[in-house]
Every structure is written in structure tokens, then in C-alpha cells.
Design a protein around this ligand. Structure first.
Ligand code: GDP
Ligand code: MG
Length: 736
């Protein structure tokens, strides 16, 4: 940083949470006088600028440094590290903390941490226009008194208050003249004495971590801050060991008495301090009190022990019915449009690889995904309405007790339902819906098990198998499949949460915001954002994958001698047909035979393709679960998109392309296949419920977590599915 800051002039830092209006304020303060650089050692971009304070002869130029937006000063992220190192190493003359005053409590968390460091701080109560619009009021004078920092009301967007802000920072800097004056918060009867002892040791030992307050170093060590602990160890190993011994002792005591770690206690007290300030300083409008009363009355019914769950079931059922009823027609229209497009392309292009690529690869693949857009838009619209009204928070509240047992959170129910908790959803928006979960661990666990749900693309697979092997009990099979999916999701979540995704569960903050009427424009924006995300993928990921899959099922194709043999057979039958026709005889049996040759040819070509060979090779393992090579190809295809399973089975069972809606002929063929008994069908159902999510889901999971977890989902789910399928197949075989 030093190189960016001019030696002679005064430096003022600009801190704040992300989205508090910091950049807007920076621009308002510095105008066009800014330049961009990098924080030394990290990849965080920083901006520098300057501004003028005072007027006439006493006016002075000050440097303004835009710190990265952070919520706190722990050193968990690059941004936090950069912000902290700037404060400690550069020691700015003052810092302006830009706060979204509309969310004062959350924003005070950072301010308090800067104050604990002792940095001269000015509070910019930004977004005051929003505060007023919401009918709230902030007692700025009282805030100044409680925190000891000048608090200035600003609206960065219009530049209101910016000069007062700058002047206040300048005055404070002059007044303090480089002196740090740390805020002291009590951390309770257990930690306060330890902190005092640590402070004494650190003061005596001299500087361990640059010119920072000794008590602050103590707090950081108690919080388990690695970088500070390491700096202490380097500076003075003997003192560091004494400090760490103190921490270990109090940690052990806290663990025994309060079942908490020092950093949790510190966070609790810090929040307590902040809540205390916010409660005194912010005044809420009267109308809100009335709305809250109405809201409470509604909650007496909507979250009632008995009525609550009933209403919830009804609401979920309605969302489901409305989505599929209202979505049926537009969905059919989109699918018809793509069918028409496919037919038109087929008619317009000469037979060959290119036509096959365009029709089967591009149009069918992308169309399969875009066909769901109407459903998704309607479902998201309804779910946004539930969210914006505040009802989803109630659902989460009611389900939390059950989900908690499995290491999940009440909010996990939303992704489950979206992904097909009620058969017919889609795992892609389901995975996206995990954003509502605040704890990263719970989000991860939810995200990993969400794809077990019965998405709309899996439904035809189950329906087809039910029709083939359990005729007359389709509804029962579907209900069992749904139930199995939920049980599997909860059990696997429990397994993950006690092994690879270990971590404390977040307490369910009983934060039930008052109900509010959703606005139409808000709903439309939410719906559009989510749907667009989904559509964009159809044009990118899905397109690429369906082309790849098409290639795998097309190349290398029949060997030349087999192709010639089929050509000859076809020509021979055609000749017979022509001859029969010339004599005016009936040729339908022969035409049937010609079709059969064509079907044989496509089956053999498929078996010779890369995907076909993989299917055959996999038989050596998959026979344990009762899957033959045809099923294997379909399952490999299902990795791209689950829709592919039924259509690939159709191709593999020599039917050419079959319509997924009309699965009857395939189910009869499968039921008649001696190499595919009922026990194998059961195993296949289990396998399809559990195995790797489809490619779009995988990409979405990677974007929501990381590729590591996306790959984990693929391998873990498939292994689990295989083990379960083998168990089911082998057991069912004993009884049949
Ligand atoms: P940063 O992430 O802290 O840099 O925030 P930005 O400066 O990018 O601002 C985030 C959003 O808040 C932008 O849309 C700004 O236009 C808006 N914004 C900034 N200051 C104010 C303000 O005082 N009032 C209102 N209503 N909006 C503001
Ligand atoms: Mg910014």
C-alpha cells in the first residue's frame, strides 16, 4: 500500500459492507481524481483518489483509499485481510465507515471491529433516503454519543452530506493526530479477566503485531485468528506460548460450562453490544407496529401446531397443481414448436451426418431443456410470491424441527420441493434455491441431496417401468418413488453432515418478518432472473453436451463390411417389394421386414458406437444389478439429461426414436425381454432415483459450491446408487 500513498498528505480510508454505497460515495468524494491499483500480495483491486477539504488558505488535499467491501475484520477472505492489513500497516489518519443505515445493526458489526482496533472512525449513515422512505428514524446524536464517533447522515447517490462527512473525518484526524483510542467491549465474566491478563502480558512483551492495541491482539488470539497467532509466535515464541496456554485453559472451561468456544462468546457479546445500540438509536414507524400485530394474528393460524402443517400441505399442493395445470398448454406449445423445427430441418436438409447432428443433437437437446421454461417460470413466480410474502420463512420455521434431526435447516425444504419433492420439479432451480440457506455447511448438504428428488425428467422413466413391470399400480409406484427420494435425501444428508460436511448447525433464528403483500414488479423481476439463468444454460452447456452425446451414439458407426451387408439386405427386400408391387400384390409384410432390417441396423450401429461399446463393457459390472448393455447406454445418456434415459432405451430396444409421452410399446418390449426381469426393474428404479445428477445440475452445483463438490456428487451418488441397486436386485431375485 505504501507505494500508493503519498508521504506528505493525509490518508483517509473508506470502509463498509458490500453494497452499502461505498463506491458511489468514493466517486462522489473524489470525482474524477482516482486511479486503480492492486493491494500488495493479494488479488483484491483497490482504488485511490483525492479530495479537497476546507477552503481558502487552510484547504488541504487528502488521499482517499477505497477499502474492499467486507462484513467483518476476521482474516478469512482476501478482502478482509487486505482491509485489515491496510488499517494496521498504513495507519490511515481516519476511516469513514459507509453504512447502509437501513440495516444499521448488520453494518455496525464492521464499525465496532474497526473501533476495537482504535482507528479514528466517522460513521457515514448512508441510504438515509431509504431509511426515511421506510418511515424509520435514526437518532444520530445518540449514536454519536454511544459510539464516540461522529455520525453523519448521507445519500451517496445524490452526494448529500459528503462535504460534512469529509470535514468530520478531517477534523477527527487532526484532533486525534495519529492516536488510536480503542473501544472496550465487555466479553463477559469468563473472558474479561483472561483478556486483562493477556493485555498485561502483551503490553509487557512490547510490540508483537505492529502498532496495534494489546487488548485487540488478545481478542484475536481468543478468536483463533491464525495470522495474528503466527505473528506472535514469530515475534516472541515464549510469550505466544503463555498466551496460548491461557486461551487453552479458558476454552476448556467454556466448553465444559457453556459448551461454547471463546470466538462464539466473543461474537455473542459483540452482537449484544450492537443490538443494544441499534435498539436505542433506531425508531420504527407506528404503522409497522400495527402490521406486526396483524402479522402475529395471521401466524396464530398459519404456524399453529395442527392447522399450520395442514395449510402448508395445501399451499404446496396448490403450487404444484397450478404450475402443472397452467404450464401444460404453454409447455406443449414450446415442445410442439421444437418438434416442428426438427421436422422442418429434417425435410429441408439432405440425409447425412449434418442433418443428424442438427435434428438429434442440437434441436432435440436444446428443445428438451427449453420445453421446461414455461413450467419453470410459473413455478418460480408462485414460489417468489410465497417468499416475498414471508410465508416461506414460516414453512422453514415449522419444518425446522424435523430437518434439524438430519443436520439440515428448515429452509432446506424449498430446494427439495423445487427439485421435485412433489414429483415433477427440476434439480437445477432446486440447487439454485439453496441460496436461501445462510450457513455454508447446511447449504452444501442440502445442495448435495437435492438431486435425489423426482424431477420431471425422471418421471417418464418411472412411469414406463411401472407400466411394464407393475401394471395397474403406477400410482403406488410413483408414491413409493417420491417417498424413497425424501427418505434417501434425509438419510444421506445425515450421513454427510456427520462425515464430510461436518459442522455446527446454525441456530434457527426465529426471524419471522411481518407478512407483506408481494409487488407484481418484484415477482416479475425474480421470476425473470431465475428463468433467464436457466435458459442461458440451454444455449451453452446443454447444447455442447447434447452434441457430445449425439457423437458418442453415432461414431465410429458400423464397420464397412457390416454396412455393406445391411445395404445388400435392404436392397434385396426393396427389390422384392418393387417386384410385388409391379405384380399388384400386397407388400405390407415385406415393408415390415424392411423396417426390421432398418431397426437391426440401428441397433447394431448403436452397439458399435462409442456409447454402445461402453454399455457392453459396463455389463461386466452392471450385471450385478441386473442391467444389460441397453440399460447401461441409457443410464450413461442420462448423465447428460435424464430425459435421455427413456429415449435411449427406445433406440436401444430397436424402436428408433420413441415418444417419451407414449411409452407403452417400449414397456411391453422391456417386460418381454428375458434378460431384464422384474427384480432388475426394481433395481433400475432405485438406481435412477439416486445416481449422478444430470449435467446441467452438475454445472449448477459447481457454480453454487465448487467443482470439487460437483465431482463428489457424481461419484458418490453413482456409487451409492449402484450399491443400493445391487442390494435390491439380489434381494428381489431371491423372492422371485
Ligand atoms: P458498494 O458495493 O458499497 O460499492 O455499493 P455501490 O456504490 O455500488 O452501491 C450499491 C447500490 O446502492 C447502487 O445501486 C447505488 O446506486 C445505491 N446507493 C448508493 N448510495 C445510495 C443512497 O444513499 N441511497 C440509495 N437509495 N441508494 C444508494
Ligand atoms: Mg463497490
Amino acid at each position: 500500500m505504501e507505494t500508493l500513498v503519498q508521504e506528505h498528505s493525509m490518508t483517509i480510508g473508506l470502509s463498509g459492507n458490500p453494497n452499502c454505497g461505498k463506491t458511489t460515495m468514493f466517486n462522489a468524494l473524489t470525482g474524477s481524481h482516482q486511479h486503480v491499483g492492486n493491494w500488495p500480495g493479494v488479488t483484491v483491486v483497490t482504488k485511490m483518489g483525492h479530495a479537497r477539504v476546507g477552503s481558502g488558505a487552510t484547504s488541504q488535499e487528502v488521499d482517499i483509499v477505497d477499502l474492499p467491501g467486507t462484513y467483518s475484520l476476521t482474516a478469512y477472505s482476501e478482502e478482509e485481510k487486505a482491509a485489515r492489513n491496510f488499517l494496521i500497516n498504513t495507519r490511515p489518519a481516519a476511516v469513514i465507515d459507509v453504512m447502509n443505515a437501513d440495516a444499521l445493526e448488520r453494518n455496525l458489526y464492521l464499525a465496532v471491529q474497526i473501533l476495537e482496533l482504535g482507528v479514528p472512525l466517522v460513521l457515514a449513515l448512508n441510504m438515509m433516503d431509504e431509511v426515511r422512505k421506510h418511515g424509520k428514524d435514526i437518532d444520530t446524536a445518540l449514536l454519536t454519543k454511544l459510539t464516540g464517533c461522529p455520525a453523519i447522515e448521507t445519500v451517496a447517490r445524490s452526494g448529500k452530506g459528503k462535504q460534512e462527512l469529509l470535514d468530520a473525518a478531517f477534523l477527527l484526524a487532526k484532533d486525534r493526530n495519529g492516536r488510536w483510542d480503542p473501544l472496550v467491549i465487555s466479553y463477559g465474566p469468563d473472558l474479561d479477566p483472561v483478556l486483562a491478563e493477556m493485555e498485561a502480558i502483551i503490553t509487557k512483551a512490547g510490540e508483537l503485531v505492529g502498532q496495534v492495541p494489546p487488548r485487540w491482539v488478545g481478542i484475536k488470539i481468543l478468536e483463533g485468528d491464525e495470522s495474528i497467532i503466527n505473528r506472535c509466535r514469530e515475534a516472541n515464541p515464549e510469550v505466544a506460548a503463555r498466551l496460548e496456554a491461557l486461551v487453552a485453559k479458558v476454552s476448556e472451561h467454556l466448553g465444559r460450562t457453556l459448551r461454547a468456544s471463546p470466538d462464539a462468546i466473543i461474537a455473542d457479546y459483540r452482537y449484544g453490544y450492537i443490538t443494544g445500540i441499534a435498539r436505542q438509536v433506531v425508531r420504527y414507524p407506528k404503522v409497522d407496529a400495527e402490521r406486526i400485530r396483524l402479522s402475529d394474528r395471521m401466524d396464530q393460524v398459519l404456524t399453529h401446531q395442527l392447522a399450520g402443517p395442514l395449510v402448508m400441505a395445501l399451499v404446496i399442493y396448490l403450487v404444484y397443481i397450478l404450475t402443472f395445470k397452467a404450464g401444460a398448454l404453454p409447455m406443449e406449445m414450446v415442445q410442439d414448436a421444437f418438434a416442428w423445427l426438427g421436422k422442418t430441418a429434417e425435410a429441408a436438409m439432405p440425409d447425412g451426418l449434418l442433418r443428424s447432428l442438427v435434428v438429434s443433437g442440437v434441436i432435440a437437446g436444446v428443445g428438451g431443456v427449453l420445453g421446461f421454461v414455461p413450467l419453470i417460470m410459473i413455478m418460480f413466480f408462485l414460489i417468489s410470491a410465497l417468499e416475498d410474502s414471508g410465508y416461506v420463512a414460516r414453512m422453514a420455521y415449522m419444518l425446522d424441527r424435523v430437518f434439524r434431526i438430519f443436520g439440515l435447516h428448515g429452509t432446506s425444504v424449498l430446494p427439495f420441493i423445487v427439485a421435485g419433492g412433489i414429483a415433477g420439479g427440476c434439480a437445477v432451480p432446486g440447487v439454485m434455491a439453496t441460496r436461501a440457506l445462510r450457513s455454508p455447511k447446511e447449504k452444501l448438504a442440502t445442495l448435495l441431496v437435492t438431486p435425489f428428488m423426482t424431477c420431471g425428467a425422471k418421471v417418464p422413466v418411472f412411469l414406463m417401468l411401472a407400466a411394464a413391470f407393475f401394471p395397474g399400480s403406477e400410482a403406488g409406484v410413483m408414491s413409493l418413488v417420491t417417498l424413497t427420494a425424501w427418505v434417501a435425501a434425509l438419510l444421506v444428508a445425515k450421513l454427510l453432515r456427520s462425515t464430510v460436511v461436518k459442522g455446527e448447525s446454525t441456530p434457527f433464528v426465529m426471524e419471522l418478518p411481518p407478512y407483506r403483500m408481494p409487488t407484481l414488479s418484484g415477482l416479475c423481476i425474480h421470476t425473470w432472473e431465475r428463468s433467464w439463468d436457466y435458459m442461458r444454460k440451454a444455449g451453452t452447456t446443454i447444447l455442447a453436451i447434447s452434441v457430445l452425446l449425439w457423437a458418442a451414439m453415432t461414431f465410429p458407426g458400423l464397420p464397412a463390411d457390416r454396412a455393406t451387408a445391411f445395404d445388400a439386405r435392404e436392397a434385396a427386400v426393396q427389390e422384392q417389394i418393387d417386384a410385388a408391387k409391379a405384380q399388384g400384390q400386397e407388400a405390407s409384410a415385406l415393408e415390415e421386414a424392411l423396417k426390421q432390417v432398418g431397426a437391426d441396423r440401428s441397433e447394431e450401429a448403436l452397439k458399435a458406437s462409442a456409447a454402445g461399446r461402453a454399455g457392453v463393457a459396463l455389463e461386466s459390472v452392471s450385471h450385478l444389478a441386473g442391467f444389460n448393455w441397453r440399460v447401461n447406454i441409457a443410464l450413461v445418456g442420462g448423465l447428460a439429461a435424464k430425459e435421455v434415459i427413456v429415449s435411449t432405451l427406445g433406440t436401444a430396444y430397436s424402436l428408433g426414436e420413441i415418444d417419451t409421452e407414449d411409452a407403452e410399446p417400449l414397456s411391453r418390449l422391456m417386460a418381454a425381454d428375458p434378460s431384464f426381469p422384474r427384480s432388475a426393474a426394481l433395481a433400475l428404479i432405485i438406481f435412477v432415483i439416486l445416481y449422478a445428477p444430470c449435467s446441467v445440475t452438475i454445472v449448477t452445483m459447481a457454480r453454487e459450491s465448487s467443482w470439487k463438490w460437483a465431482v463428489f456428487a457424481m461419484t458418490f451418488n453413482t456409487s451409492l446408487a449402484f450399491v443400493a441397486a445391487v442390494a435390491v436386485f439380489q434381494t428381489a431375485r431371491l423372492f422371485s
